[in-house]
Design a protein around this ligand. Structure first.
Ligand SMILES: Cc1cc2nc3c(=O)[nH]c(=O)nc-3n(C[C@H](O)[C@H](O)[C@H](O)COP(=O)(O)OP(=O)(O)OC[C@H]3O[C@@H](n4cnc5c(N)ncnc54)[C@H](O)[C@@H]3O)c2cc1C
Length: 454
């Protein structure tokens, strides 16, 4: 049997990132991926005629200065970045308004917001950790912010987290993401430096897979892990008819895919851990909506489009016209637009609610863009539960997230947007990959000594 120092399960951003880092640290690493292609939730579908359609928006907060870019640099993967998103326009029931017009802040309100933004910069990590236990709704209330400033913060919180309720958004995570955006030139009137990998998200995934392969990391596709057994001897992976072991095993999977896979002995700590994973499986974000290709741009401004609640639909709005930032993803002159309504997992799973909401939503889209049906080349209706990992609720972000190392049992690690590692989806996955690889590096001498290598 081939020997590996580390086995990583899952070839999403977190799995590829962790594997690339471990291989660079000199560990012989194997990646197991159940699908035929890497990328996980971050994939690009190629449609005939020159369309490269990402699964959802897949824009990277802070683009070439993000945690994703940092991870790419560390593993030696190079990509080009799209033009940055420059602002946010909000739908006001019958037309789009720029941020300044929509929020219409008075001089005193602007001063209030600037004061708040300035207070984020010197916050210590401990202060942010404390805010992780407070909701954005309470944070707004405690500071006595005006209705207009509060509305702005709620919309920004929803855009960052895809969560529809400011009581479910952690103030610590909000401040941390907002502050990082400010460091990249974001703030009121300017969105953070949001960018997409040129050619779609698969450009980033392919570059990561290539960077893993180069120093010799093996990626096995169509290789689903069936069970993980944790016992006194360590960690055993059952894959097809094979049983694999390695000193370091990383499950780079979302929590809802882990809880059914792991079998542990009856240690109270492991039982507790398993129960926690199971109970967290629905703590996530969801969305429903449309991806469309049109023969003309529906709008050309380099902005993100949003609304706190859509009339007749009752849900928030997120629209990204991918082609306004990267025209290589569609035939010349055409547009790809992602038009989504963040919702709760229960709403996304409810077929009747979905059918009614999508019908009403499309009627609203026709009001927003009266030419949309004439210009339509294709349209895909969809819904998704588990968008960017563990929901960013109070008590579930920062240091309160499940850790990247198994408590009480050496040799089993976790990476991905459900585990410790701040930021919006892909940045959270990248941050946790870097944390996980660091943790393994710190543990590894002991782990390899205790293994049957040598
Ligand atoms: C519609 C949509 C839109 C999004 N938009 C954005 C955005 O604009 N910005 C942003 O930052 N993030 C966005 N995200 C979130 C982003 O895609 C995720 O945060 C990120 O891809 C998570 O990476 P990961 O490696 O943690 O997990 P995943 O991508 O889920 O990777 C897990 C991998 O494990 C594999 N796997 C699962 N079970 C097994 C098994 N038993 N054996 C072997 N392999 C297994 C899976 O096939 C998958 O490849 C979006 C997500 C969706 C779904």
């Amino acid at each position: 049997m081939q020997h590996f120092d580390a086995i990583v399960v899952g070839a999403g951003i977190a799995g590829l990132g962790t594997a690339g880092l471990l291989q660079k640290q000199g560990l012989k690493t194997l990646v197991l991926e159940k699908s035929r292609t890497p990328g996980g939730r971050a994939k690009t579908r190629i449609l005939p005629g020159g369309w490269r359609v990402d699964s959802g928006t897949h824009c990277v907060d802070n683009g070439d200065r993000s945690a994703c870019a940092d991870l790419l640099g560390r593993i030696g993967a190079e990509i080009g970045w799209s033009r940055p998103v420059q602002g946010l326009h909000v739908f006001d029931g019958d037309r789009w308004k720029g941020m300044t017009e929509y929020f219409n802040l008075s001089a005193a309100e602007l001063q209030q917001l600037t004061g708040l933004e300035n207070s984020f910069a010197p916050m210590t990590e401990n202060e942010i950790d404390r805010l992780d236990l407070v909701s954005l709704a309470d944070f707004i209330k405690e500071r006595g912010l005006s209705t207009a400033v509060a509305k702005y913060l709620k919309i920004m919180g929803m855009v960052q987290t895809t969560l529809t309720d400011d009581k479910k958004i952690s103030a610590g995570e909000f401040v941390s993401i907002y502050r990082e955006g400010m460091q990249c030139g974001g703030g009121f009137g300017r969105l953070a430096n949001v960018q997409m990998p040129l050619g779609g998200i698969s450009t980033m995934i392919n570059a990561m897979a290539e960077a893993c392969n180069n120093p010799g990391c093996q990626i096995r596709l169509s290789a689903p892990l069936k069970k993980v057994r944790i016992d006194g001897e360590g960690v055993q992976l059952l894959v097809d008819s094979e049983t694999l072991r390695a000193p370091a095993v990383v499950l780079a999977l979302p929590i809802w895919q882990i809880s059914g896979l792991v079998e542990t002995d009856d240690t109270p700590l492991l039982r507790q851990w398993q129960e926690r994973m199971y109970n967290l499986r629905d703590e996530t974000s969801a969305s429903m909506g449309f991806t469309i290709g049109t023969k003309r741009p529906l709008f050309t401004e380099p902005v993100y489009l949003s609304a706190w609640r859509l009339p007749d639909v009752g849900l928030p709005l997120q629209i990204l016209g991918h082609t306004n930032f990267d025209e290589t993803v569609a035939p010349p002159g055409h547009m790809i637009a992602f038009i989504g309504a963040p919702c709760t997992p229960a709403q996304a799973r409810d077929e009747d609610f979905r059918k009614l909401t999508l019908e009403r939503f499309w009627q609203t889209v026709k009001k927003m863009f009266p030419s949309v049906e004439d210009d339509l080349v294709w349209k895909v209706d969809g819904h998704y539960v588990g968008i960017d990992g563990l929901g960013r609720s109070p008590g579930l972000t920062g240091k309160y997230r499940p850790p990247v190392a198994m408590p009480g049992r050496q040799g089993l690690y976790f990476a991905g947007d459900c585990f410790t590692g701040r930021g919006v989806g892909m940045n959270a996955a990248a941050n946790s990959a870097m944390l996980c690889a660091e943790r393994i590096k710190a543990d590894i001498a002991g782990l390899i000594e205790g293994s049957d290598r040598r």
